[in-house]
Each structure stands twice: as structure tokens, then as C-alpha cells.
Design a protein around this ligand. Structure first.
Ligand SMILES: Cc1cc2nc3c(=O)[nH]c(=O)nc-3n(C[C@H](O)[C@H](O)[C@H](O)COP(=O)(O)OP(=O)(O)OC[C@H]3O[C@@H](n4cnc5c(N)ncnc54)[C@H](O)[C@@H]3O)c2cc1C
Length: 430
């Protein structure tokens, strides 16, 4: 049975929703429901007038909040047999964290194509927000999905497979179509990855050689505090076995001599192994190890993704804003993402570069600076990361996403009563 913590309306199965991971959001939803089985989930969906799925709470805005009930699936037991490997795919409960799926894949000698900077996030939450790692030839995590199964606003079970009409609209869903119960992901034979960190490359040289740097490994991240001395703090290069070992000394960068954290001065031992040591894919693609808290903890995050051809213009714009940005910043990360065909993916149909900001948790000061960043990046076609802090511009979004109105029509079919709606979606004009 479900838990009995807080009885708001004669419902013996509710508790208070609490906060997101960063602690900047106290969910305003009335209660949190924790079904102990998929049948109980179906019963909740048939009964609750307004509800929304909650993942692992790692988003920094109110995308996961709602006016009615939040539903967490993490109390539904997962049997090893629930993770079904068939050929080059795995069908898995969607509420698992990437780190929870890894042992089953390892046992079968299989791997995913990439991961985000942390393995702590749920599959469903990551996919719903277009979460990505880095790599000019690597697409976002949502593109690993080849089938999505969800309960829609009419309580129907919907299964959409890649290639079917509507599939491309239903993966990066912002949680608006229903509660995703299972995902089927592409897998491949396991492989090993190494990473090396290079410090203090001059930004001017980075800009001149951006394409060569992005191609230095399979996955490259440039970390910068937009320092006055014009140096990029670190460049992390992750490369699969068989890829030439990277060396960025020609840029004027030096190879790090010990484990680094993306935030200079923070403890590098919480990060995945560096120094060119090969290890399993899941121990290198993320920056942070599953057994530690990722990142700084005391932080907010924002990210803007724009056509890669505008990378240099965006860097110049952000360098101009450095005096406003730097005092509020832990670190900025620049990554590339390959294009995909998912309607609401920030990398939809374009070679993409992402500018990510890990801020000190001073939201009142961060917001005016975000307004300046967004004004500077808007002419370059910047799309916000759906799970991070940004100032929504409902007028601009349809122009940034060619399939925006198709997504609206898809939502109309699956949730005509807006049972999964929330104020966040309304702020986007959805
Ligand atoms: C330290 C840190 C590092 C990060 N690094 C990266 C990174 O490298 N790359 C990147 O792109 N992002 C990154 N993020 C952002 C993160 O990946 C996204 O916020 C992601 O949505 C988190 O997943 P979640 O399960 O916590 O989702 P939640 O915040 O719980 O929910 C997000 C959305 O998913 C929906 N959802 C969740 N579960 C379901 C379900 N079962 N069915 C339907 N909808 C559902 C929710 O309704 C909501 O709309 C990072 C975040 C943190 C805190």
C-alpha cells in the first residue's frame, strides 16, 4: 500500500511534496502521492482532477510542480525482470535513475551512447526536459528512447514507437502528456572511455580553434568563470577507446596533474576518474560519481542552447557581460550537442552549442543578469533548457520551435482537460 503521512482530503496516501534537489523550489502542489504499483498509479490517474509526475527533483524551476497532486513512482518495486533486454534495446521502468539502470546493462555487456553530467537523475525526468551530455556527434539523452509508454489524461495506456506519427512529439514532453511508466532505450555493446582535463587555455585561441577543440574527443566541455585574464579554466575531453588521445598543449593549455572538479578549488575526488585512465562508459561520461552529491549543491543552474554556428558570437556577448555574470557564478560550461528530430528538444534540427551556468543560489540577483543574458543571446536563436532557471518568453517560443503548435495539438489529444497542466507550462504559452 501507499504511505500515510498527510491526510488532506480523506486520502490516506498523501504526504507533503517538499522541495527540489537544489532547495530553491518548495513545491506548491497540494500533496505527494506514492503509488506502490502500476495499478495504484492508474487508479490515481482516474481519480485526481489535476496531477503531475515528479522525477528525481533535479530541475531548478517549477516544471515539476502542479496545482493538484504530484505523483512519485519510486515506491513501485522494480524486479530485475522488469528491465527487459531485447536485441539492441532495453525496456525499463521510467522512474529509475540512470545509475540504477547501469548494473543491469553491465551484466549484459551493454551500454548507452552517453549520459548527462550526473547519473542521479531519473530517466523520465531527463528525457522529458531534453537533458543532454556533450558531443558534437552525440545527440541528447531523449534520442536514446525508441519507445515511450504513458498513461494519458483519459487514463489510457499509450505506446509510441520511433517512426510512428507523434513519437517525435511525445519524448521531450515537459510532463504535459501524462505519466510515463516505461521507456525503451537503444543500447550497444559496452565500451570504455577515458577523460583528460586541460587547464588555462586562452579564450582567444579557443574561439579560433573551436571546431578542433570540439572534435578533440567524443565529448568535450569547456569550463569557464569568464576570468579577466581571458583564460578558460578547464577543458574536459572524454574519448572512447580507439579515439586518439587528446592533447591540447598546442592551444597553450596544460594537462591537469590531479583530479579536477569543474568548479576550480572544489574537491575533485567526487568526480569520475580523469588522467587518461580508461574505465567503463558509465564511470566517465558523467562528471560526477553516483556515490557522491553532484556539483556544488548550493547552486542554481541555467542553460541556453543555440545554433553552433553562433558559438563565437555568443562567447563574445557573454564575455561582454562577464562583470555582471562572474560575481554570481560558480562556473559556466560550454558543450556541443548533435541535432535531433524531437519537437521540443533544444537541439531540434540544429547543430547546437549550449552555454550552461552554475550560479550561486542568489536567485534575486541572478534573475536580472539572466534577463541581460537572454537579451544578448535571443538574436542568436537561444532556446532555454526546460529544467533550469530562465525567464519564459511565450511570444518567442513558437518561433524557436517549428513544431510548437503540433505539440499543442498532441497535448490536446492526450490531455484535453489539462489535467497535467501547471503554471510553468502556462508561462510558456502552453
Ligand atoms: C547537479 C545537476 C546537474 C545537471 N546536469 C545536467 C546535464 O549535464 N545536462 C542537462 O541537460 N541537464 C542537467 N541537469 C538538469 C536535469 O537533467 C533536468 O532538470 C532533469 O529534468 C532532471 O530529471 P528529474 O528526474 O530530476 O526531473 P524532475 O525535476 O523531477 O522533473 C522534470 C520534468 O519531468 C517530468 N517527469 C518526471 N518524471 C516523469 C514521468 N514519469 N512521466 C512524465 N513526466 C515526468 C516532470 O513532470 C517535470 O516536468 C542537471 C541538474 C542537476 C541538479
Amino acid at each position: 500500500m501507499m504511505e500515510n503521512r498527510n491526510d488532506g482530503n480523506g486520502d490516506s496516501m498523501a504526504s507533503s511534496p517538499g522541495q527540489n534537489w537544489a532547495g530553491n523550489i518548495t513545491y506548491g502542489a497540494e500533496r505527494l502521492l506514492r503509488p506502490a504499483s502500476l495499478d495504484e498509479l492508474a487508479e490515481i490517474i482516474s481519480r485526481e482532477p489535476r496531477l503531475r509526475a515528479l522525477g528525481s527533483r533535479h530541475s531548478f524551476n517549477r516544471i515539476a510542480d502542479g496545482p493538484g497532486a504530484l505523483v512519485s513512482l519510486t515506491d513501485i518495486p522494480v524486479d530485475p525482470a522488469d528491465i527487459r533486454i531485447e536485441g539492441a534495446t532495453v525496456r525499463t521502468p521510467a522512474w529509475l535513475r540512470y545509475g540504477d539502470l547501469v548494473p543491469a546493462l553491465d551484466t549484459a555487456g551493454l551500454a548507452l551512447a552517453n549520459l548527462a553530467s550526473l547519473p542521479h537523475i531519473s530517466l523520465a525526468g531527463a528525457v522529458a526536459t531534453g537533458t543532454h551530455g556533450s558531443g558534437e556527434k552525440i545527440t541528447s539523452l531523449a534520442t536514446q528512447v525508441c519507445a515511450v509508454e504513458f498513461l494519458n489524461g483519459s487514463g489510457e495506456t499509450v505506446v509510441l514507437r520511433r517512426g510512428e506519427e507523434d513519437f517525435d512529439g511525445a519524448v521531450v514532453s515537459l510532463g504535459a502528456l501524462g505519466v510515463v511508466t516505461h521507456l525503451t532505450l537503444d543500447v550497444e555493446p559496452t565500451y570504455r572511455v577515458a577523460q583528460r582535463v586541460f587547464e588555462h587555455a586562452p579564450w582567444d585561441a579557443v574561439l579560433e580553434n573551436f571546431d578542433d577543440i570540439a572534435a578533440a574527443g567524443n565529448s568535450v566541455s569547456i569550463f569557464t568563470r569568464w576570468r579577466e585574464d581571458g583564460l578558460a579554466d578547464q577543458i574536459w575531453v572524454k574519448y572512447r577507446e580507439g579515439h586518439p588521445a587528446p592533447d591540447l598543449s598546442w592551444l597553450g593549455a596544460r594537462a591537469a596533474e590531479g583530479p579536477c572538479h569543474p568548479i576550480p578549488g572544489a574537491d575533485g575526488s567526487v568526480c569520475t576518474a580523469q588522467m587518461g585512465e580508461f574505465g567503463p562508459w558509465h564511470g566517465r561520461w558523467p562528471h560526477f560519481r553516483l556515490d557522491f552529491e553532484p556539483s556544488a549543491g548550493d547552486e542554481l543552474q541555467s542553460e541556453f542552447l543555440l545554433p553552433r554556428r553562433h558559438a563565437a558570437a555568443a562567447v563574445r556577448a557573454l564575455r561582454d557581460l562577464a562583470p555582471r555574470i562572474a560575481p554570481l557564478l560558480h562556473i559556466c560550461e560550454v558543450r556541443t550537442v548533435a541535432p535531433d528530430s524531437l519537437w521540443l528538444s533544444p537541439a531540434y534540427e540544429q547543430e547546437t552549442v549550449g552555454f550552461h551556468f552554475t550560479w550561486h543560489p542568489r536567485e534575486a540577483e541572478v534573475r536580472p543578469v539572466l534577463a541581460e543574458i537572454q537579451a544578448a543571446l535571443a538574436p542568436l536563436g537561444a532556446r532555454p533548457h526546460w529544467g533550469k532557471v530562465f525567464l519564459p518568453d511565450a511570444d518567442a517560443l513558437p518561433g524557436l520551435y517549428p513544431r510548437w503548435s503540433d505539440f499543442g495539438a498532441l497535448r490536446e489529444r492526450h490531455d484535453p482537460q489539462r489535467r497535467f497542466g501547471n503554471a510553468f507550462l502556462e508561462s510558456l504559452g502552453l
